[in-house]
Design a protein. Sequence first.
Length: 463
Amino acid sequence: MDRRHHFLLVSLSGQGQINPTRQLARRLARLAGARVTLANPLFSHRRLFPTSAAVAGQPDDSTEEEPLNPDGTGIISYAPYSDGYDEGFNPLAGDGYRYMSDLKSFGSRTIAALVRAFAAGGRPVTCLLYNIILVWVTDVAHDHGIPAVLHWIQSASVFSIYYHYFNDHRSFNLAACAANPNSSNTIELPGLPPLRPDKDLPSILAKPSPYRSTVKDIFTELDKSEKSRLLVNSFYDLDAQAIKEISRLWEIIFVGPMMENNFISPATGMGGGDYMDWLQKQQERSVVYVAFGSLTVLTARQTEEVARGLKKSGRPYLWVMRQEGRAEEAEDGNGMVVEWCSQVGVLGHRAVGCFVTHCGWNSMLEAVGSGVPMVMMPQWMDQTTNAALAEAVWGVGVRAEAAGDGGLVEAEEIQRCVETVMGDGERGREVRRRAAVWKEKAGEAAARDGPAERNLKGFLDGF
């Protein structure tokens, strides 16, 4: 019987979920000398480990990594569970309501099977950690007498917004705002800037969403214990004002920023080092880096507008674009288009002076941690709120505004925003100064034996 801690971290299949979960797994394994298993949907598991023959609900010892610590402790492995869509699910195109139902049904059964299999094999799970829409994991944990802890992979400020919404804060009169969308109505919440209902709130609150009720369930679950704990992928200075009112309710443990190199690294199609060689030839802080995450698919018209805006700026650019989304307009002698790159490596390169981003939380933290100003084009979920905070509170970027109600960001607006953050004007200088300040703060938080590591050690001491 292995009597060391065994943490089972349950994640969804998107890169935005797997990357921070894996980084947390590495820190837990190293600091606690523990065994850590990362469970993700079977479709994702097969992509990560193409030769694996594992089935959902069973350990996969073939994925076990080398120990992180010299004494042979700190072991990470992976195991698949089923979300009911073993051939994959596209959240932007599929039936989200059915997916959430199937995810809970299939996921509960296969995570429970995984817990039983580990116990039978002499490696019992001692703690289950789950992220944002996987609250049903707590039922599995309770059934097996195992503690469950929320790993919140969005900002604590967004967590605070959800709390106030589900607790009927007086400012949330969305019906009135929807009835008069052109009014100056804003959402006023403690520790946050005024939020426009149609542009700054998380999308699952601004319009009907299959994910809204599951986020509400998180707060119901947290309230079952007198002082629940949650791990947050952020750092205190970034979210301090927003959590003042709610920190008395739960123990909010900041363990971010998680900024290690991305785990998923498919072939670029252009040679792994080509883009870095290209960057080496560019002048310092001259390159516009463009990436919209692993899920976002721009319309053909929007892709054209981005391409035109980049060309009009006259600056060299590196654009990450999947093959199926490529447009001829993006191919230009002044730019380079790749299917994949190491985002942390690119953002940390001396040549990069601006990041055109969809504002996913991982990308935001990586930009903040690298000191790179942002041009923000948020799409859905928490991205709209992240953009609002980055512009109004942290001061590290400029939001590109859509023209009219169609949601299209035109080339001229993209050019304007790029020139604002990279040019010689007063606002550009201030954005770059603020980006440098936040880079230093993020570095201090993430340093070895820094606040994030000390907070995680404190969490482990609680066991």
